[in-house]
Design a protein around this ligand. Structure first.
Ligand SMILES: Cc1ncc(C[n+]2csc(CCOP(=O)(O)OP(=O)(O)O)c2C)c(N)n1
Ligand SMILES: [Mg+2]
Length: 343
């Protein structure tokens, strides 16, 4: 288990470091919101999930996408705006999706995927599926109306969903204490009628808590469960650099978080030879993924207009084919067979 956790943590960290390194060369065509320093939450949660479970997240979604098994090559190609990207180069870093792996989507619009996740959980319950949903969002998202509506509905319907608030204390440059009168988010979630815990940044403990919730849901216990996970963003809100010079936060504030790095912590717990081997494998995989993105073709202009038409609801035959394909992807995660049983 330790090795799996370390591989996942190290992989996410190194992928994002590589993104930060490449970013100034302007090959990456989308803004990037890095989760360096926050990886432990995605790993702890996704390691508790099964292949059939699904996740919904945010524009700061590389960690969740990778931890759940999203395809790395398609992710990097997506950042490069290439046709081989997971949304054919049209969504960029903020809209990663890989339905085959249970990564159902992410959005640049704060809070929106919480409602998508709840809708998915409602469908799963209706279809008597054993699968569960994890919904990732930031502390800023808990100020959105959709957060409150979604929690209320999920609690009312006792849905199989785990809410995961990645509380890094900031919404862009504004500290939580300057935005929220009641800063204990777990306490607010509890008021909606669900068990809610506030957890420290410790990948193994986080995992234990989420695992217990997932097991309870699988055993048929009613959901939802809520976890407020304290964490810290090391990099600037958006982009590859640091932003302590901006003055909205002080470097001293980061020190305890840097000292508590979960990647380094687990690295020290693994056999050095085994660790070297895993790191080598991950480095190769990353190199291949960036080469794949570099060599991949740009999307054809007609593919772009086709997707634009699809969004506008005037589907062409080609875009209809894409819709059928997309629908199939969703159905694989949510089999229709249960419908009859539930009806
Ligand atoms: C509905 C909406 N309002 C405002 C924004 C602008 N915005 C982008 S990121 C962000 C901060 C969100 O903070 P948080 O949810 O804590 O996530 P974090 O960036 O810390 O991971 C805001 C306000 C947006 N994208 N969508
Ligand atoms: Mg935040």
């Amino acid at each position: 288990m330790l090795e799996r956790f370390y591989r996942s943590l190290y992989r996410i960290r190194r992928v994002e470091e590589e993104i930060a390194r490449v970013y100034p060369h302007d090959k990456i065509k989308s803004p990037v919101h890095l989760s360096i320093g926050q990886e432990a939450i995605a790993v702890a949660v996704c390691e508790a999930l099964a292949a059939d479970d699904v996740v919904y997240g945010t524009y700061r979604g590389h960690a969740m996408y990778l931890a759940k098994g999203g395809d790395l090559r398609q992710m990097i190609a997506e950042l490069y705006g290439k046709a081989t990207g997971c949304t054919h180069g049209q969504g960029g870093s903020m809209h990663l999706i890989d339905p085959e792996a249970g990564v159902m989507g992410a959005s640049a619009v704060v809070g929106t995927t919480i409602a998508n996740a709840v809708g998915h959980a409602y469908a799963l319950k209706y279809r008597r599926s054993k699968a569960i949903v994890a919904s990732f969002f930031g502390d800023g998202a808990t100020e959105e109306g959709v957060f409150h509506e979604s929690l209320n509905f999920a609690a009312l319907k006792r849905l199989p969903i785990v809410f995961v608030c990645e509380n890094n204390s900031y919404a862009i440059h504004t500290h939580q204490l300057r935005r929220q009168a009641q800063a204990n988010i777990a306490e607010r979630a509890r008021a909606y009628g669900m068990p809610a815990e506030r957890l420290d940044y410790d990948v193994l403990r986080l995992h234990q808590h989420v695992q217990a919730a997932v097991e309870a849901l699988r055993a048929g216990e009613p959901g939802p469960f809520f976890f407020e996970c304290k964490t810290y963003r090391w990099k600037e809100h958006v982009g590859p650099g640091e932003d302590f010079h901006l003055g909205y936060r002080m470097p001293q504030e980061a020190e305890p978080w840097l000292a508590d790095d979960q990647v380094a912590r687990l690295a020290a717990m693994i056999d050095p030879l085994r660790r070297q081997q895993m790191e080598g494998e991950v480095e190769c995989e990353i190199e291949v993924a960036f080469a794949f993105a570099e060599l991949s073709p740009e999307p054809k202009p007609e593919a772009r207009s086709d997707d634009a038409l699809r969004r506008a609801g005037t589907a062409t035959p080609v875009s209809s084919a894409r819709m059928v394909h997309d629908r199939k992807m969703v159905d694989r995660k949510m089999p229709r067979t249960g419908l009859r049983a539930a009806a």
